[in-house]
Design a protein around this ligand. Structure first.
Ligand SMILES: Nc1nc2c(ncn2[C@@H]2O[C@H](COP(=O)(O)OP(=O)(O)OP(=O)(O)O)[C@@H](O)[C@H]2O)c(=O)[nH]1
Ligand SMILES: [Mg+2]
Length: 255
């Protein structure tokens, strides 16, 4: 996936951003997140303020019809924001891949739009890539210093931990279910190789790619304040199908 080499201007009229070497694309899949869009845009802008980095925020919305498109357009007047609306298609992972293909950055950061992922960690993630210390940086709840909200029920904890255990033989990551990660575009496997079903796009990219120096940085995973979860039973079943596909890939079996 090597598109975006031409580095077009991100948005005209935004003069307060000083651009130098790094071009960072922050890709956020969105479905009915209208209330969250201004907050997450502000959180990213605050996190990157004072950094000499050129960046874009790319919302990939699956035709939410909740005002997201209009709010995104408004945000784009004063922020380096773009909204891509996919019509007639749903899916977190495919939305992320679509966004990566449409983005311009050398460095790609993927995060949720519901404020669960702390934008304040983005600079550290980008720096770890830039120094060459890592080729895959994952925001992780399950390394030392990482946390989730205190009041997670046992069911919710199991819902997070069991899928991670099922994926353990595929990768050594402690939080392979995380949707918060940063990679260099040049190291993302070609989109013809990527075929995720459902939610787990970090796992898909990690298993299909050739990453030698993955690291996990601790994050606090906050519970969403606005909007509703889209993680349904159907998505959990999709995860099992996705796992089967990834195991077949890993074992070299035809899918
Ligand atoms: N484009 C697109 N985005 C999606 C879709 N489903 C979920 N998302 C987005 O993916 C991100 C994660 O979805 P959530 O519903 O927060 O899933 P979750 O974090 O597992 O669930 P909660 O803990 O309840 O928030 C959010 O930004 C969603 O808006 C989808 O079908 N298409
Ligand atoms: Mg969420």
């Amino acid at each position: 996936m090597h598109r975006g080499r031409h580095r077009p201007p991100l948005r005209r009229g935004i003069s307060n951003l000083c651009y130098t070497e790094a071009v960072i694309s922050i890709v956020l899949p969105t479905y009915k997140e209208a209330e969250n869009l201004p907050h997450v845009t502000r959180a990213i802008a605050d996190a990157l303020a004072g950094r000499d980095w050129r960046y874009e925020i790319l919302f990939v919305d699956d035709d939410s019809q909740d005002g997201s498109e209009e709010i995104g357009a408004k945000l784009a007047e004063t922020n380096p924001v773009r909204v891509i609306v996919r019509r007639g298609e749903r899916g977190l992972a495919t939305a992320v891949i679509h966004g990566i293909e449409a983005s311009v950055g050398d460095v790609i950061v993927v995060m949720d739009a519901d404020l669960s992922h702390p934008a304040s960690v983005i600079p550290e993630m980008v720096e770890r890539l830039q120094t060459g210390e890592s080729d895959f940086v994952l925001g992780s709840r399950y390394v030392e210093g990482g946390t989730v909200h205190d009041d997670w029920s046992l069911f919710r904890k199991l819902n997070s931990v069991i899928p991670s255990l099922l994926a353990r033989p595929l990768c050594h990551l402690k939080d392979p279910m995380s949707g918060f990660f940063a990679v260099r575009r040049s190291e993302i496997p070609d989109s013809s190789v990527l075929s995720p079903i459902g939610y787990k796009v970090a796992l898909e990219i990690f298993v299909k790619g050739n990453f030698q120096r993955a690291i996990e940085v601790p994050i606090h995973f906050a519970d969403r304040q606005y909007g509703e979860s889209k993680l349904t039973l159907k998505e959990q079943l999709n995860f099992l199908r996705h796992l089967v596909r990834l195991y077949r890939h890993k074992l070299g079996a035809p899918s």
